[in-house]
Write a new protein. Structure first.
Length: 79
C-alpha cells in the first residue's frame, strides 16, 4: 500500500483571508476597549516593563488645526 501524505495537507484548509466576525462587532468591541480603563492599565504595565508606549493626547499647539490629537512617547509624559 502507498503511504498517506504527511504534513498539514489534510483536505481543505482555510487560508485565513476572511474574518468570520462582522466588522460592526469588531469595531464596537475595539471602541469599547479604547474608552475603557483596561487600556490605560495595560499601557502602564507595558511602560513599567520598559516597552515603547505611545500616548494619544490633545495637541497643545492650537495653530495646527489639521492635527487635533498627537501621539507622544509615554516616557516624556509619565517620566
Amino acid at each position: 500500500m502507498a503511504k498517506k501524505k504527511g504534513g498539514k495537507s489534510k483536505g481543505n484548509v482555510s487560508a485565513g483571508v476572511n474574518s468570520n466576525v462582522s466588522k460592526k462587532l469588531r469595531n464596537a468591541i475595539r471602541r469599547e476597549y479604547m474608552q475603557s480603563g483596561d487600556r490605560i492599565i495595560n499601557q502602564l504595565k507595558a511602560h513599567r516593563a520598559g516597552k515603547n508606549v505611545m500616548v494619544t493626547m490633545k495637541n497643545p499647539n492650537k495653530e495646527e488645526t489639521n492635527k487635533s490629537f498627537i501621539r507622544v512617547p509615554a516616557s516624556k509624559i509619565w517620566k
